[in-house]
Design a protein around this ligand. Structure first.
Ligand code: SAM
Length: 229
């Protein structure tokens, strides 16, 4: 990877540089990658992704690739975050569940687009760090839980949208049950090495599915995912 020009000259990377890098990410990687929903593009142009990764990785935060967030987990590639968010078709006023809080970055994007955001993470240290960063960024309309998100959040259901940011072998039936009528679930399904992104919609007792393309995610570990390590 190329060294950041400011680093080379001995100057520190300023907020303005991050702002420019973020705008470039939106235009080159997201719009250039086929994302068309202006609300999603605006949200991703606003949320400071560099604050959701550790300091040593901040200068790489606006490249189009996943980055390590510790505990063997990753913050997803920006284009994949945008594609999944667009696929949720969120409207203002809606309630959304995220499974796999990770860094909290996707949670922040959801806070920009929905009214109520619930997010579950199985690794406590990640959830605690995500909460701190989300508050530091000024987000308050979210609820985090530590546990097995493959079971969903039944007490808060039904959800207008559910996004699963880890890959499972099959669609968890309990998550489908927690969708509101007309609700959308977006999730990577497949083997550990090769997955496809699926969108399912709840429609009058039926759950029609669409395939949105190939993807590669870390494993969903839990009752309705892969069994524990
Ligand atoms: N959305 C995250 C972000 O913006 O940083 C990226 C998430 S990372 C690709 C997937 C996350 O799912 C990991 O943090 C992992 O610990 C979590 N995970 C895996 N299985 C889970 C489960 N059953 N319940 C909740 N979280 C789970």
């Amino acid at each position: 990877m190329k060294e950041h020009p400011y680093k080379k000259s001995g100057l520190t990377v300023s907020q303005q540089d991050y702002h420019i890098a973020r705008k470039r990410m939106v235009e080159v990687h997201l719009r250039g990658g086929g994302v068309r929903d202006e609300r999603v593009l605006a949200a991703m142009g606003k949320v400071p992704r560099h604050l959701f990764v550790e300091e040593a990785l901040r200068e790489q935060a606006y490249g189009d690739y996943p980055l390590n967030i510790g505990e063997g987990q990753t913050i997803s590639q920006p284009l994949m975050v945008a594609i999944m968010t667009e696929a949720l078709q969120l409207a203002a006023g809606e309630k959304v569940l995220e499974v796999g809080t990770g860094s909290g970055y996707q949670t922040a994007i959801l806070c920009e687009l929905a009214s109520e955001v619930y997010s579950i993470e199985r690794i406590a240290t990640l959830s605690h760090r995500a909460r701190r960063i989300l508050y530091d960024c000024g987000y308050i309309r979210f609820q985090l839980r530590i546990g097995d998100g493959s079971r969903g959040w039944p007490e808060a259901a039904p959800f207008d949208a559910i996004i699963v940011t880890a890959a499972g072998p099959a669609l968890p039936p309990v998550l489908l049950k927690q969708l509101a009528e007309g609700g959308r679930l977006v999730m990577p399904i497949g083997t550990e090495d090769a997955q496809e992104l699926r969108r399912v919609r709840r429609q009058q007792g039926k759950f029609p599915e669409e395939t949105l393309g190939a993807c590669r995610f870390v494993k969903l570990i839990g009752e309705y995912g892969w069994k524990g390590e």
